[in-house]
Design a protein around this ligand. Structure first.
Ligand code: PFF
Length: 450
C-alpha cells in the first residue's frame, strides 16, 4: 500500500477544498434562487446560513478527517470503535458514490455543449429545447460524453493527492476565477444588462418566507459539499499546521463569491434577451442560455462565440473539481482497505460508478418509464443523496462532534493544540450541539413534504 501524503501547501488546501465546493450548484441553482426569492434579501439570508451552519459543519468534518488521517469510513470507525456512529462514515462514502454516478452524466452534457460551442454547431441550432431533449434521451451519446468526463476525473485521481488533486486544483481554480471575470464583463456588455442586475439585487423582504429560508439553508449545504465525506477525506490530507477554522471560512467565502458572480453572469445576459424567463437547473444552462448566446451571436458574433465557449468551460471546470472530491472520497476508502494500488483503486471506482451512471443516463431516454416510488433512476439517486442522506448525515456529524467526541480533542484540533486562538469555540460547540441539528431536522422534514 502506498504511503499517505498530505497536501503540500496552504494554497493547495484551500483551492482543493474550494474546488469541491464550487460546482454546478453555484452556477445553475444559486442565481435563480436569488432572483426569484427576494434578491439581496436572499443573499443576506444565504450568508447567514453559510456562517452559522455551513462553516461550523465544515469545521466539524475537517477535524474528523485531520485527526484520523484516514478515509471517511475508517475515520468514524477509529473515533467510535464498535458503535453505531460508524454508519455515518459508510453513509458519507456511499452518498459520494451515488452522487458521482449522476454528476458525471450531467457533467458529460456540459462537455457536449462545450464541444458544440467550439465547433459553432450551437450557434446554428434552431430549437434548443428539442435539441436538448433529443441529446439527453439518446441511448449512447450522453454515455460517451459521461465516460470522457469520468476519464478526465480518473486521470487526476489516479495521480494521487499532491501531483493529482493539488496540482490540478492550483491550475484549474485560478483559471476558473479568470473565466468568471471575463464572463461577467461579457454579460455586462450586453444591452439591457443593467435591468438584469437591478432585478437580481433589488432587496425584497416581502418574498422571504419560511420556505425561502429553508431553501437557502438546503442550497448552502449542497453548495459547500457538506456531509458527503468529501471534505472529511480532503481534511485527512491536511498537515498539522493547517488552520481548520480559517480554511473553512476561506472556502465558504470563495464558494459564495463564485455563486454571486454567477448571478452577475446569468441575469444581465438573460435580461438582455426580452421575453426569456430565468429558469433553473438544466433548463437554464442548456435551453435558456443557449438562446441568449444565439441572439448575441447574431448581433455580435465574436461576443456570442466567446461567451458560450467560456461559459461551458466554466461549468466543466467547476464540475471537474467537484467530481474529483467525490471520486477521492470513494477511492481513498478502497485504497486503504484493500491491498491494491491507487491506480487500480481509482480504476475500480471509475468503472463501477460509470456503470451506475449509464443507468442514470438511460433513465432520460429508453428507461424513462422505469420508475421506483414514481421516480426515474436519476431522480431517485438525486432524491436519496441530496435530500435524504445528505441532511441526515449533517445532523449526525454535528451530534457526533458535539456530544460523542471528547471536548479536548475537538478543542485541540480546531486550535492546532492551543497554538491558534479560536475565541468562538464555545459558541461553535453550542451551535453544533443544539442549533444546527434542529435546523437541519426542519429542512429535512420540509424537503420530504415538498
Ligand atoms: N458542491 C457541489 C456543487 O455546488 O455543485 C456539488 C457537490 C460536490 C456536492 C461534492 C457534494 C460533494 F461532495
Amino acid at each position: 500500500m502506498e504511503t499517505r501524503k498530505n497536501f503540500g501547501s496552504r494554497l493547495g488546501v484551500v483551492l482543493a477544498a474550494a474546488g469541491s465546493a464550487v460546482g454546478l450548484g453555484n452556477v445553475w441553482r444559486f442565481p435563480t434562487e436569488v432572483g426569484n426569492n427576494g434578491g439581496a434579501a436572499f443573499i443576506l439570508i444565504y450568508l447567514l446560513c453559510v456562517l452559522l451552519i455551513g462553516v461550523p459543519v465544515m469545521i466539524s468534518e475537517f477535524l474528523i478527517g485531520r485527526h484520523t488521517h484516514a478515509n471517511t469510513i475508517s475515520a468514524y470507525a477509529r473515533l467510535a470503535p464498535g458503535s453505531w456512529w460508524r454508519i455515518e462514515g459508510v453513509a458519507g462514502v456511499f452518498v459520494a458514490f451515488l452522487i458521482l454516478s449522476y454528476y458525471v452524466i450531467i457533467s458529460g452534457w456540459t462537455l457536449y455543449y462545450l464541444v458544440q460551442s467550439c465547433t459553432g454547431a450551437l450557434a446554428a441550432e434552431q430549437d434548443f429545447k428539442a435539441g436538448f431533449s433529443s441529446f439527453v434521451s439518446h441511448p449512447w451519446w450522453p454515455v460517451v460524453y459521461g465516460c470522457i468526463f469520468m476519464a478526465m476525473t480518473h486521470v487526476v485521481i489516479a495521480r494521487g493527492v499532491q501531483s493529482g488533486i493539488e496540482r490540478f486544483s492550483k491550475v484549474m481554480m485560478p483559471l476558473l476565477l479568470v473565466i468568471i471575470v471575463v464572463l461577467v464583463a461579457c454579460s455586462f456588455s450586453m444591452p439591457g444588462a443593467r435591468e438584469g442586475l437591478h432585478f437580481l439585487l433589488k432587496p425584497d423582504f416581502s418574498k422571504v418566507s419560511t420556505r425561502v429560508m429553508l431553501s437557502a439553508m438546503g442550497q448552502a449545504f449542497f453548495s459547500l459539499s457538506l456531509a458527503m465525506g468529501c471534505l472529511c477525506t480532503y481534511a485527512s490530507y491536511f498537515g498539522p499546521e493547517t488552520r481548520l477554522v480559517r480554511t473553512a471560512v476561506n472556502v465558504s467565502l470563495i464558494d459564495t463569491m463564485v455563486a454571486i458572480l454567477s448571478g452577475f453572469i446569468i441575469f444581465p445576459a438573460v435580461f438582455s434577451v426580452a421575453g426569456v424567463q430565468v429558469d433553473e437547473g438544466p433548463g437554464l444552462v442548456f435551453i435558456t442560455l443557449p438562446n441568449v448566446f444565439h441572439m448575441a451571436f447574431h448581433s455580435l458574433p465574436l461576443l456570442g462565440y466567446v461567451f458560450s465557449v467560456l461559459f461551458y468551460l466554466l461549468l466543466l471546470l467547476a464540475a471537474l473539481t467537484s467530481a474529483m472530491s467525490l471520486h477521492e472520497s470513494v477511492t481513498a476508502y478502497v485504497l486503504e482497505t484493500t491491498h491494491i494500488s491507487r491506480r487500480q483503486a481509482s480504476a475500480l471506482v471509475s468503472v463501477s460508478c460509470m456503470l451506475l451512471g449509464v443507468a442514470c443516463s438511460l433513465s432520460f431516454g429508453p428507461w424513462s418509464d422505469f420508475k421506483v416510488f414514481g421516480l426515474t433512476i436519476f431522480e431517485l439517486f438525486d432524491f436519496a443523496a441530496s435530500k435524504v442522506i445528505m441532511l441526515l448525515s449533517g445532523i449526525v456529524i454535528c451530534l457526533f462532534v458535539g456530544w460523542r467526541l471528547d471536548r479536548q480533542l475537538v478543542y485541540d484540533e480546531v486550535t492546532n493544540y492551543g497554538t491558534v486562538p479560536f475565541r468562538l469555540f464555545r459558541f461553535y460547540v453550542f451551535l453544533i450541539r443544539y442549533v444546527i441539528p434542529v435546523i437541519i431536522g426542519v429542512i429535512f422534514v420540509n424537503e420530504l413534504l415538498r
